[in-house]
Design a protein. Structure first.
Length: 245
């Protein structure tokens, strides 16, 4: 396992975001230090908004510290250089580029020698099982391969914080399991902390030692995943969405 540095931690302090009359985040605080931390909650709870604030797409009241740096204040290209990687609820691949070139465009914007970048790219393709697809156009990939490409994009260029927004959406159970195995490897391979949003509670339970639960923009629970899922307030928030199993 890559050793976590002194302050390998993502700290959200009193984040508040309003869209007109909707309070998407209401004074949310949490300190993520697990290799993989979960963010769960019903639709519209504020999960994606949280990632948008962390990645600086959205401004919020409050502050964020990632390994001691206020990353939300960094310009987008600086965030990438700092080590922020993210996948979106819909993958953002360039369909007219090959799988390898979808990774290369990220590496092109980062420091490092061509040789280092080649090795980095090759490792990401290998780990994700995409090596045989490297020269195929992204537009010709199936849903699972697109998702794997998304993960590969998050592995390259020395990431420090990787965020996945519903990576298992639309995948079969078997694909979800394989994707989960891959996401569980991200920290060991790169040293990055991972934040994972998903509606699949089994996946969250399997991968995340700690989990934040949001409901209507509020933090209703945070801590060890098992304890959080057993919390009556969390079960109440999920009532009617899925039966507690
Ligand atoms: N750009 C926006 N403009 C207006 N309202 C927004 C915007 N983005 C999000 N919202 C609202 O903020 C709230 C939180 O949305 P968010 O997308 O963070 O939820 P979520 O937890 O990711 O939900 P889901 O599980 O459906 O993806 C919702 O009420 C949503 O309608
Ligand atoms: Mg969302």
């Amino acid at each position: 396992m890559a050793a976590a540095e002194g302050a390998a931690m993502i700290e959200l302090n009193d984040l508040t975001v309003r869209f007109g009359g909707v309070t998407a985040l209401d004074a949310v605080s949490a300190r993520f230090k697990a290799p993989v931390s979960g963010i769960i909650g019903p639709n519209g709870a504020g999960k994606t908004t949280t990632m948008n604030v962390i990645s600086g797409f959205l401004r919020a009241q409050g502050s964020i510290s990632a390994f001691g740096t206020d990353i939300a204040r960094l310009a987008p290209h600086r965030r990438s250089q700092w080590g922020l990687r993210r996948s979106f609820q819909r993958e953002q691949l360039a369909d007219d580029l090959s799988v390898a070139d979808n990774l290369q465009v990220i590496l092109d914007a980062l420091p490092g020698t061509a040789q280092e970048k080649r090795a980095d790219l090759a490792q990401a393709l290998e780990v994700t099982g995409l090596a045989a697809r490297a020269q195929q156009l992204a537009g010709g990939l199936n849903t699972f391969e697109r998702r794997l490409t998304d993960v590969a994009r998050c592995l390259i260029g020395r990431p420090r914080l990787v965020m996945f927004d519903e990576p298992a959406g639309g995948l079969t159970q078997d694909e979800t399991h394989r994707l989960g195995t891959l996401i569980a490897q991200v920290h060991g391979l790169t040293g990055a902390l991972v934040l994972l949003i998903d509606h699949d509670v089994d996946l969250i339970q399997r991968l995340c030692s700690e989990t934040l639960v949001l409901d209507f923009g509020r933090r209703i629970a945070f801590g060890e995943t098992r304890a959080v899922l057993a919390d009556p307030a969390v079960q109440a928030a999920y009532l009617g969405i899925e039966e507690a199993g």
